[in-house]
Design a protein around this ligand. Structure first.
Ligand code: ADP
Length: 347
């Protein structure tokens, strides 16, 4: 039995079918152009989806569509990228599919976010490789020097430097693992606990480090239990990173203060220091991975450039807010405001 040749009759013919087709097509995240073999446009929905943002965008998309439709090249599928340098930067992919003898279909897709993510990933891989390469390279050189060293004091010094570089590698890998675990927002483990115990644990953890840096480390907490719902491990990691920074970027003799305040629906964890401060122009960027104001100082004090990205993600996971106030030469305060009932409260 002959299968009937699918004919243009499959195109919507009645008003009801046409309306159905239009509303189905308008929900698709693509711009669509359908053209019959004679080049008549049967359906076009591009401008409503992507044309309103700028005249330039409209013109460039229109031109790409026209070029592909009139492409004398084979009857195969062809595509072309349309780049708008913005800001914001936008990238569209315009694809033409040949529908045998029945016409041509153009699909326009906004791939800006995909391209942006690809570039973030590439930058991240490049940054990680660079960060790993430095200590690994140093360990190789130091080990080679050690192999040829007979003098015990120099050999001892080389060994210590290998240990230091190894520590740096271990810190970097551990921060990367923390970051990827925390970025995976679904892995948040919620429990109710007294936020005072969190402050106390972090203060204890940094007591010795602060003493060695000749800094006073204070903790100010309410006298009554301050219950909060959150991921204790993540919040401890965030607070530890802030205290670690406050110590690293302070001069001897200063004070670092961790404080906890609470209202009915919010707790505020703050870390204040009297250190070097952060220039206003860098304040927006310090939460990016590997961004450092002074790379040499960060590295010299064991920084990985990942601490504040971890803090930002923890706050996002808790649907909280993060504030920074800072003045160069005077000090900085980082403040985390978290809903007491946890991230799912009221949703
Ligand atoms: P790092 O490991 O380099 O400390 P972070 O992500 O924790 O990385 O911080 C990013 C940068 O922000 C630091 O390199 C430093 O320049 C700046 N910074 C962070 N906290 C402070 C602070 N308390 N005082 C001054 N500068 C800070």
């Amino acid at each position: 039995m002959d299968t009937p040749e699918p004919s243009p009759a499959e195109m919507p013919t009645t008003t009801a079918e046409a309306r159905l087709w239009h509303s189905a097509a308008s929900t698709m995240p693509f711009g669509i152009v359908l053209v019959d073999p004679e080049g008549h446009t049967l359906y076009r929905d591009v401008e409503a989806k992507f044309g309103a943002e700028s005249l330039n965008q409209r013109i460039l998309l229109d031109r790409a569509i026209a070029t592909l439709l009139h492409d004398p090249a084979a009857h195969g599928d062809v595509e072309r990228a349309v780049e708008l340098f913005g800001p914001p930067r936008r990238t569209f992919l315009v694809r033409r599919t040949w529908l045998d003898d029945r016409g041509q279909l153009i699909l326009v897709e906004d791939v800006s976010e995909l391209r942006r993510l690809e570039s973030v990933r590439r930058d991240f891989v490049a940054n990680v490789s660079h960060e790993l390469k430095t200590p690994v390279g140093a360990i190789v050189l130091l080990a080679e020097a050690l192999a040829q060293e007979d003098e015990p004091t120099t050999a001892q010094r080389l060994v210590q430097r290998i240990v230091d570089e190894g520590d740096r590698l271990a810190r970097l890998v551990s921060d990367l693992l923390d970051l990827s675990r925390i970025e995976e927002g679904s892995g948040v483990v919620l429990a109710e606990f007294d936020a005072r115990s969190l402050v106390e644990a972090v203060r204890e953890r940094f007591d010795e480090t602060a003493r060695r840096a000749d800094l006073t480390l204070d903790a100010l907490v309410p006298v009554t239990p301050t219950m909060v719902v959150g991921d204790r491990w993540q919040l401890e990691s965030a607070l530890s990173n802030l205290v670690d920074n406050a110590i690293k970027y302070s001069e001897p003799g200063g004070t670092v203060e961790i404080s906890l305040d609470a209202s009915d629906d919010t707790i505020v964890l703050a870390v204040r220091d009297e250190g070097i401060g952060i220039p206003a122009r860098d304040r927006e960027r310090i939460f990016e991975r590997f961004y450092r104001v002074d790379a040499a100082r960060s590295r010299a004090t064991g920084g990985t450039g990942l601490g504040l990205s971890i803090v930002r993600h923890v706050v996002e996971n808790h649907r909280g807010r993060l504030n920074v106030t800072s003045m160069e030469g005077v000090g900085s305060t980082f403040e985390l405001r978290l809903p007491r009932g946890g991230p799912n409260d009221g949703r």
